[in-house]
Design a protein around this ligand. Structure first.
Ligand SMILES: Nc1ncnc2c1ncn2[C@@H]1O[C@H](COP(=O)(O)OP(=O)(O)OP(=O)(O)O)[C@@H](O)[C@H]1O
Length: 255
């Protein structure tokens, strides 16, 4: 990848702070994600990872701090406006329409994407051009032959792949992935790891994940969050060697 592109900061979080009563869920967090980078965010349960993600998405307002998307201050913007400006998200809990087939789920996502004009009088599921575009997103996530399967009948790992296709169809530049490997067996997790590795050059990715094999296989940088504070940001090797990280999160067995 062109080094100028790789240097572009897609997400810049500065001094972000959020408390729920006495719980300081985000404490003065600074974080960047560059184009072409997978930046993993790790930390024990309750460390504040989801709270940070939901502030970046615009679902909850920070008490203090700024969020810039591709150089633009979006701190006061609603979630839909951030999505329009290239922020995509896949959720920790699946958000698919389970009664719809895989291709219908992606087609519905395309109807709210940036390059689609559709009429409220027509059923987008009957649109052949839209179906072609949806099929190509299914191909990219390895679900080409599952297009007509209702999401309800898909395996857990396939649903997570479909969720990714639904997010990608909106053509984001920055992707926030909240535990994409959650609930997966080793094979499904390895498949998702390969999929994300193949996507890295086209997006900036902030990856929240507990599966440390996946994190170490994918991340260019890792940030470690403990009790709402970022205690360290560095490469996989630096994180493995960091004494505070080892005691707070990894434990000696993981190093
Ligand atoms: N809406 C809320 N109201 C009150 N407290 C909250 C709320 N959301 C989060 N918290 C608290 O903020 C802290 C951070 O929670 P958060 O869910 O962000 O952590 P997490 O790192 O995502 O955890 P996990 O890995 O288990 O998903 C926790 O103490 C949690 O109980």
């Amino acid at each position: 990848m062109d080094s100028a592109v790789m240097e572009e900061v897609l997400l810049d979080v500065r001094g972000l702070r959020k408390s729920f009563g006495a719980v300081a869920a985000t404490q003065d967090v600074d974080l960047t994600v560059r184009a072409g980078e997978i930046h993993a965010l790790i930390g024990p349960n309750g460390a504040g990872k989801s709270t940070l993600i939901t502030q970046i998405c615009g679902e909850i307002r920070p008490d203090a701090g700024q969020i810039h998307l591709a150089g633009r201050d979006v701190t006061a913007m609603p979630a839909y406006e951030r999505a329009r400006r290239g922020l995509g998200r896949s959720f920790q809990i699946t958000q698919l329409c389970l009664e719809y087939t895989a291709i219908e789920n992606v087609m519905l996502s395309l109807t709210v994407g940036p390059r689609t004009i559709f009429s409220i009088w027509s059923d987008p599921r009957r649109d052949a051009k839209l179906a072609g575009r949806a099929q190509s997103w299914l191909e990219r996530v390895g679900l080409a032959d599952r297009a007509d399967v209702p999401a309800a009948d898909m395996a857990h790992g396939e649903r997570r792949q479909l969720e990714l296709a639904v997010a990608l169809a909106r053509e984001p530049r920055l992707l926030l992935l909240d535990e994409p490997m959650a609930g997966m067996g080793p094979e499904e997790s390895a498949r998702m790891t390969r999929l994300l590795a193949g996507m890295r050059e086209r997006y900036g990715i902030l990856l929240v994940e507990h599966d440390m094999d996946a994190v170490f296989a994918l991340a260019d940088r890792i940030s470690v969050l403990v009790y709402g504070k970022l205690i360290f940001t560095g490469s996989c090797d630096e994180v493995r060697q960091h004494p505070e990280v080892r005691s707070a999160y990894l434990g000696d067995a993981a190093c």
